[in-house]
Ligand binder design. Structure first.
Ligand code: G6P
Length: 567
């Protein structure tokens, strides 16, 4: 949520920061801005997307900071866009997070005669820094200590080729090169320039210049080793969601290969209760994880939406956190409460060096490749595979390459299946399933809501008759997912009941025809538990096609962001 980036060094800072902002745009895209250290500070802001900043004049500044926003405080206007300037115009700040005590801080500034020009919580940082009568690094420490909540920020000062950095509650990584330095909210934005990054921890702050990074914590200088950045910038393409779906077979292979080198935490083997925690799509992966771990291992499992998580620690608990970005604030907050209660933690994430990867006791890297489209697709399928592999491993069964090859082949076929039909979009739309297919139905409905803004809900097949069937008539359509032989009879009956009331039915099935008006027949999987990786694909494509048909941007749906770093 919000992406911030800075560059200092011999190259053109304007161009590097603008390029970097494009890579960060998936974190928020309702407004953007840049500050250049020229003779004085030059600040350009727009209420539009990063591309609007291309209009700004050429500059030979060697230092710049930039911001792409997902509004929390204040509407997405140019005035509320970052960077924010201090009252004397000598300091510019970009911020990621939410300052919880900003109302008090605004009042304090007002009492000193400082008028704020925006409705944001972030602007206070610039004024507070300017009021500190000391060295800037010390000012960053002092101001940082007064901010409550998440406050990761970058600051530049007139006349200085330096970037002041502070991390708290939202991620920040730094790469130091020969005579130059880069800092950004995530390693993806650093990846075009370096394969190494220093990931800052909460409370760390410092100053980045062409000669390197000076890092501090609690007033003391600290040294940190860089980690390897295991991602490369995505290729330019018209639609990232489509490219990411197409890449799925290779992504699944990478997840499988990554698992071969993964040392399963010893706590998993003995865990009496496994908690699975995530948000959005990752929560759906948790629901699948619960199902497959219980079926394969008999372990007691609970899947919990991260924002609703309140752990009651028991002997033998293990908590698994599923998060593509590794930076979702709700998920991290749940992780922190588990750590406080002494529950062993495992993160399943796609981003090396992310907060979840670094803070959990152990972590498994999906290696799905960078996912830029806000709506998760390939990362979801790779999360399902990772949880399946984990369940099999705990049950003592090896998963052979031949099984993965079968999934990859089936994925290829499923990617070619066309689920989109105009009439689906003109109807009240329902996604139906049973067991593992109900999870897929939920994910299909979420995908449609996310990128088409259309209402769509998912229901367990057997539950329809307890209320929702009242909505079924000629104006209704149901997508029924069927991948388990044992649930087939139930689903055949459900389809019959729906059709009897005039609803149009489309089946996505790995178990042959189930009496629907139309069938998308997918390969029958040897291992039915792997079928959700395949059956979700036509639903993801349906949402994508619908979004494009409606003239929307599936990569950047309104009001959403890829990485939600606020609670
Ligand atoms: C946001 C995105 C969702 C995503 C969720 C969890 O809400 O809009 O698409 O599923 O975050 O993200 P994570 O990075 O934790 O998997």
């Amino acid at each position: 949520m919000c992406g911030i980036i800075g560059y200092v060094g011999g190259r053109n800072a304007r161009d590097i920061v603008l390029e970097g902002l494009k890579l960060l745009e998936y974190r928020g895209y309702d407004s953007a801005g840049i500050a250049l250290v020229e003779d004085s500070l030059a600040v350009y802001k727009t209420a539009g997307r990063v591309r609007e900043l291309n209009m700004l004049p050429k500059s030979d500044a060697h230092t710049a900071i930039g911001h792409t926003r997902w509004a929390t405080h204040g509407r997405p206007t140019a005035a509320n866009a970052h960077p924010h300037l201090s009252f004397d115009g000598k300091i510019a700040v970009v911020h990621n997070g939410v300052i919880e005590n900003f109302a008090v801080l605004r009042e304090e500034l007002a009492a000193k005669g400082i008028t704020l020009l925006s409705d944001t919580d972030s602007e206070v940082i610039a004024h507070m820094l300017a009021l500190e009568n000391c060295d800037m690094t010390e000012a960053v420490r002092r101001v940082g200590e007064r901010l409550k909540g998440a406050a990761t920020f970058l600051a530049v000062k007139e006349g200085e080729d330096k970037i002041y950095i502070r991390r708290f509650g939202a991620s920040m990584a730094v790469s130091v090169g020969e005579g130059e330095g880069f800092c950004a909210s995530d390693v993806l934005a650093l990846s075009p320039h370096s394969d190494r990054a220093i990931v800052l921890g909460d409370g760390e702050y410092g100053v980045l210049s062409a000669s390197g990074l000076d890092l501090f914590k609690d007033g003391r200088r600290i040294k940190k080793q860089p980690i390897l950045i295991r991602c490369s910038p995505p290729k330019d393409c018209a639609c990232h969601m489509s490219a990411e779906l197409e890449e799925l077979p290779e992504a699944l292979q990478r997840t499988y290969d990554s698992f071969k080198n993964f040392h399963i935490p010893s706590e998993l083997a003995g865990a009496k209760r496994i908690l699975l925690v995530g948000c959005g799509t990752a929560y759906h992966a948790c629901l699948y994880g619960k199902l497959v771990l219980e079926r394969e291992t008999g372990a007691r499992c609970e899947a919990v939406v991260a924002s609703e998580f309140e752990p009651d620690a028991n002997e033998g608990d293990l908590a698994i956190f599923v998060t593509q970005s590794g930076e979702t604030a709700d998920t991290l907050s749940a992780l922190h409460s588990c750590k406080r209660q002494g529950i062993p933690t495992l993160a399943i994430t796609n981003v090396a060096g992310s907060s979840a990867a670094l803070e959990a006791d152990s972590s498994f890297l999906l290696e799905a490749g960078a996912e830029i489209a806000v709506a998760a697709t390939k990362s979801y399928c790779c999360q399902l595979l990772a949880l399946y592999l984990l369940a099999k491993k705990r049950a003592g069964h090896a998963v052979e390459q031949s099984e993965i090859s079968e999934v990859k082949r089936a994925a290829r076929e499923a990617l070619d299946a066309v689920a989109y039909e105009e009439r689906l979009m003109n109807s009240k739309l329902f996604f139906i399933g049973k067991g593992q297919d109900y999870i897929t139905a939920r994910e299909g409905a979420l995908k449609l809501r996310e990128i088409t803004y259309r209402q769509a809900d998912a229901y367990p097949a057997g539950e329809l008759k307890h209320g929702t069937i009242a909505l079924m008539d000629e104006g209704a359509a149901a997508i029924v997912v069927a991948t388990e032989e044992r649930a087939k009879c139930r689903l055949v009956a459900t389809v019959e009941e729906l059709r009897a009331r005039g609803a149009y039915t489309l089946a996505v099935s790995c178990v042959g025809e189930i009496g629907a008006d139309k069938h998308i027949l997918l390969p029958r999987m040897r291992e039915e538990a792997l079928a959700p990786i395949i059956s979700v694909l036509p639903l993801q494509y349906l949402a994508l096609t619908a979004s494009l048909t409606l003239g929307l941007d599936p990569d950047k749906p309104r009001n959403l962001a890829k990485s939600v770093t606020v609670i």
